[in-house]
Ligand binder design. Structure first.
Ligand SMILES: *[C@@H]1O[C@H](CO)[C@@H](O)[C@H](O)[C@H]1NC(C)=O
Ligand SMILES: *[C@@H]1O[C@H](CO)[C@@H](O)[C@H](O)[C@H]1NC(C)=O
Ligand SMILES: *[C@@H]1O[C@H](CO)[C@@H](O)[C@H](O)[C@H]1NC(C)=O
Ligand SMILES: *[C@@H]1O[C@H](CO)[C@@H](O)[C@H](O)[C@H]1NC(C)=O
Ligand SMILES: *[C@@H]1O[C@H](CO)[C@@H](O)[C@H](O)[C@H]1NC(C)=O
Ligand SMILES: [Zn+2]
Length: 770
């Protein structure tokens, strides 16, 4: 890899692949062990992507878009599509093209371009629709929590663009939809929390329904010819500039849920009905797609559809053990409910964001489908007063440098060369069920389609596409056909300003005959991407496949990979070496086995669902940190330097900074902590010590600023109780008794907490076995 590529491995295309050369056949692909997959960040921002103020040229046979890999006959004014080999004539307005005058989309460096005009007459043109924020607030929380969340909401209102439309729903035992159109008289529509409610019932009750107007069935008069009827919409969704005062007063008066809670019971909380009502209201009122439901939830749903636990406190909220034993009576029912809610939201093009702030679980595991399928944001913290909630929530509404750049109404289409099939996508999207010739029979994640909906996405959102190699009988034998393969990613979306954009990324890679060219595979392996893809696939299998043994599967895969690509003499473990392009991979697998993604029993189902949603949507560099945290050591003797993720890195005269993605830990060695407690840093002669203390804090802030959700910051001392946040992530090298041995013929390296050294020894032994 060149230095440039190493510093920005995603490049202009936002694409990284497990393998950068591809095997020709299914058999060779399976010998590669690690699946052929691409992690794509379809609307990654990059300064070199040219904006093109005209419509794309598309192949008349396969709809592929003109790109630098097309062969062009300048005399005949013809371009040949690299996907289907169709010859296409340039239209008359391209008549000026020649070798010395080519349009930007044919420049070799513009493998990614973005068209800025919309070919879609239905899409918003000059006058983009305003963004819509519908807040859905849980009031079945204690006084202190409602105080925190009110102040966060008030701050958010101050940051919203003036034209943004705001709606407000509160819920507890019942759901209250607040009409914001009145400033002196507050009007509220109440919905019972105990019963499932249809879209039509929601609309009738709000006076928006078809029967209320005796109009034709289907969606009401709130929207006509794409133009919202302001007198209807204004009752529930108002521009921020017009409702700020009303909403401010409403928040001042808002109390916690007033229904009495019997001793031995949980508070009633009808989260499911509240979200149904929100989705129904938006379906009627909002013709646009820049629409987010922002759910602020402070405890488990105990009432009506979507309930995850009964109100009886003697029934505990489901754990991983319960889910494993199928002893979670509410789970499947609640998941089904959220699945149908997600279908409704996806068909409306609307996004569900969840801010879960509670010590208890709120039901993220059940709601995951609705959040992930709509591309919603998720933030988990223990209180509405915690910085993880407060700072993350604020980030959504900020603009300028800090802005998340939230985009809407995305669709992704993928085209590929003959012989390549798409198995599916892991990531925040929904299949649009458009089956095409390049769909594989075996499905991974959202599959059986060549296009996907992304109701919400941003410049960091990452998707993992899995490919299958499936040469048709009529394919040319190896060596005679095109040595290059092509993939095209076509992304339509609305940017934060509401303008439609069409991003086209075309990538090429080389086909290689694996039987004779192992070196090329070795060179083309991207071990970081491979580790992340394995983590995503493992997480998916753990959710989908009963009895899936993640540790065993990872061990087997690793052993097979090392047997295939390692250098060794048969049955001689000491001869085993790995090429540098594989050398980090065993350690990634070692840490993945120990991580929250595989060792789920150390966490709640909500936490696991949360970790996995973020794993699936972050880019490769961030996801690697989730799997294998980074550690930096600060001391008097040297500049800050990377340290081994090992207990041996702890020293009394060092400060360690651990970045585990979800948390950032500053850990003071014992001596450092004693000096700090004695106040040395305040004495002028110990300025260097003050600087040493400060440096990890500055670096932690840099990490935190760049991330969404904001990670939890833990500052602790050696032997303090919080030190476990660091210790849990370190290789237990000095505590492990390495007398263990493996059973002959075993393919599992170890099931308990072995050290990295022992893990690698066993791996070498098993990999060289004949
Ligand atoms: C490319 O995508 C379009 C639309 O999904 C589809 O009709 C066409 O068959 C695809 N072409 C190839 C070569 O897969
Ligand atoms: C959303 O995207 C789809 C597909 O790109 C498009 O047909 C539709 O018109 C878009 N909707 C809006 C409101 O822009
Ligand atoms: C808008 O809604 C109001 C109230 O339902 C109705 O009286 C009015 O005719 C509607 N206007 C249009 C243009 O549909
Ligand atoms: C894929 O589609 C086929 C029909 O086209 C269907 O039989 C099959 O069940 C689908 N597979 C999945 C996993 O959705
Ligand atoms: C790694 O493999 C490449 C390609 O086969 C080779 O050029 C290089 O020398 C190898 N490096 C090591 C350390 O074996
Ligand atoms: Zn074509």
């Amino acid at each position: 890899m060149s230095e440039m590529a190493a510093s920005d491995p995603e490049g202009i295309d936002g694409v990284r692949m497990t393998w950068n050369v591809w095997p020709r056949t299914k058999v060779e692909a399976s010998k590669c062990v690690i699946p052929i997959a691409a992690a794509i960040t379809p609307i990654r921002s990059h300064p070199d992507i040219p904006p093109l103020p005209y419509l794309p040229l598309r192949c008349k046979t396969c709809a592929g878009v003109l790109n630098p890999y097309c062969r062009v006959d300048f005399n005949a004014k013809i371009w040949i599509c690299p996907f289907c080999f169709q010859r296409n004539h340039f239209p008359p307005h391209y008549s000026m093209i020649s070798e010395s005058n080519v349009p930007a989309e044919l420049y070799p460096q513009y493998t990614t371009v973005e068209y800025t005009v919309s070919g879609n007459p239905a899409a918003p043109a000059a006058q983009p629709l305003p963004p819509v924020f519908l807040f859905v607030l849980d009031t079945s929380v204690i006084e202190e929590e409602i105080g925190f969340v009110k102040s966060a909401l008030k701050q958010a209102l101050g940051l919203l663009p003036e034209n943004a439309l705001i709606g407000f729903i509160s819920f507890g035992t019942q759901v209250q939809v607040h009409e914001l159109g009145f400033s002196d008289l507050s009007k509220v529509y109440i919905f019972r929390g105990s019963k499932e409610i249809s879209k039509e019932q929601v609309l009738d009750h709000l006076g928006l329904g078809a029967s209320a107007h005796r109009a034709a069935p289907g969606y009401p008069k709130a929207v006509q010819n794409g133009v919202p009827n302001s007198s209807v919409v204004n009752r529930f969704l108002l521009p921020a500039s017009e409702c700020e005062y009303t909403l401010d007063m409403l928040l001042d008066e808002l109390q916690t849920d007033q229904w009495p809670v019997q001793p031995g019971n949980r508070a009633l909380r009808c989260t499911g009905v509240a979200l149904s009502v929100a989705a129904g209201l938006l379906g009627a009122c909002s013709p646009g797609t820049g629409v987010r439901i922002i759910a602020l939830v402070g405890g488990p749903c105990t009432e009506g559809p979507g309930a995850i636990v009964s109100k009886d406190l003697s029934e505990p909220v489901r754990s991983h053990k319960d889910l494993d034993k199928d002893a979670a009576p509410h789970f499947h029912k609640a998941v089904n409910f959220y699945e149908s809610l997600s279908k409704q939201l996806v068909s409306q093009g609307h996004v569900l964001d969840l801010f879960a702030s509670a010590l208890d679980q709120v039901g993220i595991a059940e709601m995951k489908v609705a959040i992930e399928r709509t591309g919603g944001l998720i933030v988990l913290s223990e209180s509405f007063g915690h910085p993880v909630f407060r700072d993350s929530f604020k980030r959504i509404f900020e603009d300028g440098e800090e802005a998340l750049g939230l985009c809407f109404n995305g669709t992704l289409e993928i085209n590929c060369s003959k012989d390549i099939k798409i198995q599916g996508i892991i990531g925040p999207c929904t299949s649009m069920e458009k089956k095409g010739p390049c769909c594989a029979d075996t499905v991974i994640g959202q599959g059986n389609t060549t296009s996907w909906k992304m109701c919400g996405l941003d410049k960091r959102t990452c998707f993992t596409v899995f490919f299958d190699i499936s040469p048709s009988e009529r394919s040319n034998p190896p060596g005679t056909s095109n040595p290059q393969l092509y993939l095209q990613f076509l992304t339509n979306y609305q940017n934060p300003e509401g303008q439609t954009r069409f991003r086209v990324t075309t990538v090429t890679r080389k086909w290689v005959d694996g039987a004779v060219n192992t070196e090329e595979f070795v060179d083309g392996f991207d071990q970081e991407t491979a580790a992340v893809v394995m983590a995503r696939l493992t997480s998916l299998k753990m959710e989908m496949e009963e009895e899936f043994d993640a540790t065993r599967w990872l061990d087997r895969s690793l052993i097979r990979l090392c047997s295939r690509f390692g250098d060794y003499r048969k049955d001689d473990p000491s001869s085993f070496t790995l090429n540098t392009s594989f050398s980090l991979f065993p350690q990634f697998m070692f840490n993945l086995r120990r991580s929250q993604f595989v060792q789920v029993f150390n966490n709640s189902p909500d936490e696991t669902a949360y970790f996995r949603m973020l794993l699936n949507r972050e880019n490769i560099l961030n996801s690697v940190v989730m799997i294998q945290p980074s550690l930096i050591a600060y001391s008097f003797h040297s500049l800050p330097k990377p340290a081994l993720l090992d207990v041996a890195s702890i020293s009394s005269e060092q400060i360690l900074l651990l970045d585990a993605y979800f948390s950032v830990v500053i850990f003071h060695g014992m001596t450092i902590a004693q000096w700090r407690n004695a106040g040395y840093q305040n004495q002028p002669e110990h300025r260097a010590f003050a600087q040493l203390l400060q440096a990890p804090h500055d670096d932690a802030q840099m990490i935190i600023q760049d991330r969404f959700p904001i990670p939890r910051l833990v500052v602790c001392d050696q032997h303090g109780s919080q030190a476990r946040f660091l210790l849990a992530k370190l290789n237990p090298s000095t505590t492990y008794n390495s007398a263990h041995d493996i059973a002959p013929g075993s393919d599992v390296i170890f099931t308990d907490d072995v050290s990295l050294q022992v893990f690698i020894e066993h791996l070498q032994r098993l990999a060289v076995q004949s």
